[in-house]
Design a protein. Structure first.
Lengths: 296, 398
């Protein structure tokens, strides 16, 4: 409570709200980047896993009075569980077929939440406590970035990249492609679930319609615009596309038009995304060599 | 490599510029608001101007602006000018939360009118309650709004107020002693409305002779209509939406049944006769407002005239009327409380009794739920909604 007062003295609550939302979307985008960017598996159902995490965490804190951290974790695990369950049959598909299958799953989840009693149905779920704030979201974003950077540069990450580049070649090198894909899917969905948990406790109200395929595409556009497979890209893409609608507010009616134009122009001039092919290790290495040069 | 680093630097600069511009603007606005607090009262508009909920938001905002203009002509509220601060949330839940936060912390509004939907009102409610800003929704009719807290209001016609009044009219004036009720079981609104109607009918000693269930998305209602036919009711109460309503009446006429249907504002759409055609003639639907220049109250007549003058002779709808009323309600509460402090005028607002609005007379019950009179009962005549009867509702004893 004290921290929040101190924070609102420092940063306007409106900016806090937007920045917290950016952080929450970054977590989801990092998960999607792992699945689509690193492993090359196209999925249009990311919002569904967001909603699974959101509803799980919200119901646990609201009705069962679990502490926020525990509920958040449970939401992430629930999303991961469903990710693996769905991933096992669905990841046998490739390319557009996989995209359509995940799109279908996303709609099933939305309709299920609309018709369930415990989720409040079409009326939505209200009365969720406001437990997300800039501090705990930022903390988790840092954790998540560290985790995905480590993952990317591990044996696991290299295997995923091999699958993305050529699945048959990867298999012939002894990589169990199916197993790696399911794992990547599970981890990506875990991050989506965590993101959803934070989202629920920021919005304090959930409605199944908020998690339609439009949200899936929104997250996908964060990742694609930032540069598929690039972690700094996913972060930048999310930040730019989440802040832009607020930043463009002074243009009133033309706001969303400019937003669309921004997307088109960026894709024309940077077809591989803003930071396509840029990764953290390379960024750090360059800085190191630069500082060495300066020091010398 | 070099090219990449140039891009990186450029992007970094862009981001810094974004943040700097945002923060810089923020500080300026912050100061502006504090200084301006002397001579303007800011009322925020929360709603969609784009996206699939835009039609509600646009109309609400029109009504609000008309009210502000009128108030300012009369010298404003307590000698201060009224300013409507608008921000579009594009029908998106996550953006609505940011907009509410912006209205409160950056624009420093004393009250917010909106959102027209129940969902986003429930999202905005807790934020307003925590920040001690009054919220009036000019459109939410679903459950669980006033329960959020004592800063949260709405000036809409609730089904629990309208349905009993309509039931009374149907039973006592139209002589519906035996009624059939049709419920769409996968529609929360329909299930809830059926309960209200059943309770009202039981109190009026009318008999529910047949209860049939349908589902949203159904196309074939022959089995349900056959059952209704056998029960020989005087009329049908239909609690679902217009799509099924239109198709249902078509089946009723096809089976040679010559009784009328009545329902809630879920039926309020031209789609009703686009699908039902001749079969829905005489169907009755209630609504919170109907522009009826001939029989309107003086203030409503004035409102309709002004709205038509500004909008190519188009008649105002429920949202513009309720948006107008919401601002007027706030103005009256502030004047009576002699304060623009939300924590003070919210108590005066809660005691509003018989407020003569353009969409009807409004009283807040002890639990802050609105009771509005009259209920406008519309009838389909020549493929158009015309006012059949303005049914008065008794104000509650508070």
């Amino acid at each position: 409570m004290l921290m929040e007062q101190w924070l609102s003295g420092l940063i306007d609550p409106y900016y806090q709200q937007v920045l917290t939302l950016v952080g929450i979307y970054i977590i989801a985008a990092l998960g999607l980047n792992l699945i689509t960017g690193l492993c090359g598996q196209l999925t249009f159902g990311h919002a569904a896993f967001l909603s699974i995490g959101a509803y799980t965490a919200a119901i646990l804190t609201r009705d069962y009075h679990l502490p926020f951290t525990a509920a958040l974790l449970a939401g992430g695990l629930m999303a991961a569980l469903w990710g693996v369950l769905i991933g096992l049959p669905v990841l046998r598909l490739t390319g557009d077929y996989l995209g359509i299958a995940t799109l279908g799953f996303g709609e099933i989840v939305r309709v299920a939440f609309t018709n369930m009693k415990v989720t409040g149905g079409a009326i939505g779920l209200a009365g969720i406590s406001r437990a997300s704030n800039l501090v705990n979201v930022t903390l988790f974003v840092v954790l998540a970035i560290a985790a995905v950077v480590l993952l990317e540069n591990s044996r696991f990450g290299r295997a995923l990249k091999a699958i993305r580049e050529d699945e048959i070649a990867a298999e012939s090198m002894g990589i169990n492609a199916m197993w790696y894909k399911v794992q990547a899917f599970g981890i990506g969905c875990f991050l989506a679930g965590i993101s959803g948990g934070f989202y629920a406790h920021l919005m304090q109200y959930l409605n199944p319609n908020d998690f339609s395929f439009i949200k899936s595409f929104e997250i996908l556009s964060f990742v694609v615009l930032g540069g598929l497979g690039s972690i700094p890209g996913a972060i930048l893409g999310t930040a730019v596309l989440t802040v832009a609608p607020e930043f463009l507010r002074f243009m009133a009616k033309y706001r969303m038009m400019i937003y669309g134009l921004l997307l088109v122009v960026m894709m024309i001039f940077r077809p591989h995304g803003l930071l396509g092919g840029v990764d953290f290790r390379r960024l750090l290495r360059r800085r190191k060599s630069k500082s060495l040069a300066l020091g010398g | 490599m070099r090219k990449k680093s140039i891009w990186l630097v450029l992007l970094g600069l862009l981001l810094v510029a974004f943040l700097a511009a945002g923060c810089g603007g923020g500080k300026a606005a912050d100061k502006g608001a504090k200084e301006a607090e002397g001579d303007t009262i800011k009322i925020g508009f929360l709603g969609a101007l784009t996206g699939n909920e835009a039609s509600y938001g646009v109309e609400t905002l029109k009504g609000m602006k008309m009210a502000a203009e009128e108030l300012n002509k009369q010298g404003g509220i307590l000698g201060k000018k009224v300013e409507i601060v608008e921000a579009d949330h594009g029908s998106k839940l996550s953006e609505a939360a940011s907009v509410v936060q912006k209205l409160i912390s950056k624009d420093r509004v004393v009250a917010i009118v909106g959102d027209p939907t129940t969902g986003k009102t429930k999202l905005a409610g807790p934020i307003c309650q925590q920040n001690k800003v009054v919220l009036i929704s000019a459109g939410a009719v679903g459950p669980g709004v006033e329960e959020i807290g004592d800063y949260i209001f709405r000036n809409t016609l609730l089904d629990e107020v309208a349905a009993p009044a309509v039931a009374k009219y149907l039973v006592e004036e139209l002589g519906w002693k035996k009624v059939a009720i049709v419920t769409s079981t996968n529609n929360d609104y329909s299930v809830g409305l059926t309960k209200i109607f059943e309770y009202a009918l039981s109190k009026l000693n009318a008999q529910v002779v047949e209860k049939v269930s349908i589902q949203d998305g159904d196309q074939d209602f022959s089995a349900q209509v056959t059952r209704i036919k056998q029960a020989k009711p005087d009329g049908i109460i239909f609690t679902g939406y217009y799509t099924e309503g239109g198709l249902f009446m078509k089946e009723v006429r096809k089976q040679g049944l010559n009784i009328k249907m009545a329902g809630g504002d879920g039926l309020l759409s031209p789609v009703l006769w686009k699908l039902g055609g001749e079969a829905v003639e005489g169907t009755m639907v209630y609504a919170g407002f109907a522009a009826d220049p001939a029989n309107a109250s003086p203030q409503a007549k004035e409102f309709i005239k002004k709205y038509q003058a500004a909008n190519d002779n188009k008649l105002p709808d429920m949202f513009s009327a309720q948006g107008y009323d919401a601002v007027m309600l706030l103005a009256k509460a502030m004047k009576e409380a002699n304060s623009t402090d939300p924590s003070k005028f919210k108590d005066v607002l809660a005691k509003t009794k018989d407020f003569p609005g353009v969409s009807g007379t409004l009283t807040f019950r002890i639990d802050r739920k609105p009771v509005k009179s009259p209920v406008y009962l519309l009838e389909v005549k020549n493929q158009e909604f015309v006012l059949k009867k303005a049914i008065p509702v008794e104000a509650p004893q508070s």
